[in-house]
Design a protein around this ligand. Sequence first.
Ligand code: HEM
Ligand code: HEM
Length: 221
Amino acid sequence: MPQSSPYQPVLLRILHSAAAILIVLALITGFWVYNTYDKRWGGLALPTLGDIQGIHGTIALTFLLLFPFFALYSFRLGDRRLVQQSFGQLNQLGKPIWWVTMHRVANTLMLLAATFSVVTGRMMKEEWLPAGEVNRSWYLAHLVAWAVLFLSLALHILLGVKVGGVPLIASMFNWSRREDDTPRTWLQGFKTRHSSSILRIIEAIVIGGILLAFILPVFNL
Ligand code: HEM
Ligand code: HEM
C-alpha cells in the first residue's frame, strides 16, 4: 500500500464491506420486485424471477442482522466520521473542511436511510404485491425508503471521492493489515458515552429503529 493511502481498521472494513454488498444487493433485488409487480413510474426489461420477493427478503434480513453491529461500530468507535457537535464549518462553503463536514453528514445519512428501509421493509407482507395491492402505505413508504437510500448512497460515494479520491474508496475494500490491528485491539476506544448531543439523538433513532424493525412485525400490525 502506498504511504499516502489512508488506513481503515480491519473491523470497520469487515462490517462496512458486508453492509455495502448487502445494501447494493437489496437495492437491486428491491428494484426487481418493483419491476415485477408495479412499474408505475417506469421499469426495465428484466426477466421475471418467480421468487424475487424471497430472494430480496433473505438479503434484506441478512443486512438487518448485521446492521446493529455496524451501527454500534459507527457510533461508538467511528464517531469522528459522523456528524459532529459543531456545524461551524458549514459556513466555509466550498473549502476543504466544508467537504469533509458534508462527507460526515452523508455517512450519517446512510445510517438513517438504512434504518428507514429496514423498518418499512419489515412491515411489508409478501402477499400484497402478487395480489395487486400496490397502494399499501407500508409499500409506498418502502419505495420512498429505496429512493432515499439510493440517493444517499450516491452522495456518500461521490463525497468520498471528492474528499479522499480513489485511494480513500480503495482503502475501504483492500486487504492489507497493520500488525497491531488484531481482534484483541478491535474494541479499544469503545465509547460508552458521546460528548455530542446531536449524535446521541441520531444514535437513539437508528438503534431504536433497528429494535423496532426486529419487534414490530411480531405484533403483525
Ligand atoms: C424498490 C425497492 C424495494 C421493494 C419493491 C421492496 C419490496 C419488499 C418486499 C415485497 C418485501 C417483503 C418480502 C418478504 O417478506 O419476504 C420486503 C422486505 C424487506 N425489505 Fe425491501 N424492497 C425494496 C428495497 C429495499 C431496500 C433498499 C432495503 C434495504 C435494506 C430493503 C429492506 C427490506 C427488509 C429489511 C425487509 C424485511 C425482510 C424480512 O423480514 O424477511 N428493501 N421488501
Ligand atoms: C459500495 C458502496 C460504498 C462505498 C464505496 C463506501 C465508501 C466509504 C468510504 C470511502 C468511507 C470512509 C470515509 C472516511 O474515511 O472518512 C465510508 C465510511 C462509512 N460508510 Fe460507506 N461506502 C459504501 C456503502 C455504505 C453503506 C451501504 C453504508 C450504510 C449502510 C455506509 C455507511 C458508512 C458509514 C456509517 C461510514 C463511517 C464509518 C465510521 O463511522 O467509521 N457505506 N464509506
